[in-house]
Design a protein around this ligand. Sequence first.
Ligand code: NI
Length: 137
Amino acid sequence: MPALKIHHIGYLVKKTDAAILSFIKLGYKVVQDTVYDDIRKVNICFLQKDGYLIELVSPASEDSVVAGLLKRYKNTPYHICYETEHFDEDYRALTASGFIAIDTPTPAPALQNRDVVFLTSPAVGMIELLRHTISEP
Ligand code: NI
């Protein structure tokens, strides 16, 4: 079985700056300033509270990968990201066990260009898998 570790909760927001101000009022701290992901056309920043890492994701343009999701769901948590030291193996295991990849492993500029891939399952919804290190031995 895969040894997956929860890395962050992805939180969709319409406007990053406005969301940051409100999260700060709730006691969150910004731990990584906003980074533009030009592959997915989203702005991403990381907040932390009580040991939880929250990733704010907002569309930077109409053709952003999350533009449609935001229209449908508004501001909402929408994925849990799992970090693994065995990315390729776990990716294979998950897809073999019913999770469906909705993109292909691609570097994430907001996460030190480590590979991420998004998968979905009818019973769980969307998850993200994150490579623990940039290159695996
Ligand atoms: Ni994420």
